[in-house]
Design a protein around this ligand. Structure first.
Ligand code: SF4
Ligand code: SF4
Length: 159
């Protein structure tokens, strides 16, 4: 009985080893299928997956215009206070009425959990997730960012 179990254990061990080595052998003869990335050597060519969430950014066009109305929906949707919308009131030259504009879109990357709720809550699709992920800094305060670029304005027609 003891010898039988001993031999069956050996067979089981060899079978398990061959099963594992099958995967190794597969990629050994097909190196192009290997998905392991040589980071950071491949930094220039590295492309993250489309759904990867690196950080929240405010989209600006080539004329330094964005679609943020300062409605604060993203701030309210954020579960941990990573967004602060500091807004201002200006007179709309078209209507002559007082209207809200963003002064500062403050984003605390160090607190962000990348849950995407702010993006989903934005009625004008003004923000999106960027794919950069190298966020290491020596000074934590550098992870607090103002997302609206200096001199940027809201695109005409966005309310
Ligand atoms: S991704 Fe989530 S945690 Fe980060 S700012 Fe948006 S709502 Fe807040
Ligand atoms: S990013 Fe969108 S949700 Fe946030 S304040 Fe601007 S318009 Fe409102």
């Amino acid at each position: 009985m003891g010898l039988k179990k001993y031999i069956s254990d050996i067979f089981y061990g060899v079978k398990s080893l061959i099963t594992g080595m099958k995967v190794t052998g597969h990629y050994f003869v097909r190196p192009k299928e290997i998905i392991t990335q040589q980071y950071p050597e491949n930094r220039e060519s590295l492309k993250m997956f489309d759904r990867f969430r690196g950080e929240v950014v405010l989209i600006h066009d080539e004329n330094n215009m964005h679609k943020c109305t300062g409605c604060s929906a993203c701030e309210l949707a954020c579960p941990n206070g990573s967004i602060e919308i500091i807004s201002d009131k200006v007179i709309d030259p078209e209507t002559g009425k007082s209207t809200k504009v963003i002064d500062k879109f403050v984003y605390h990357l160090s607190m962000c959990t990348f849950c995407n709720l702010c993006i989903l809550s934005c009625p004008t699709d003004a923000i999106k997730m960027a794919q950069n992920f190298e966020h290491s800094v020596f000074d934590r305060s550098e992870l607090t960012k103002v997302l609206n670029k200096p001199g940027s304005k809201i695109m005409p027609g966005i309310r």
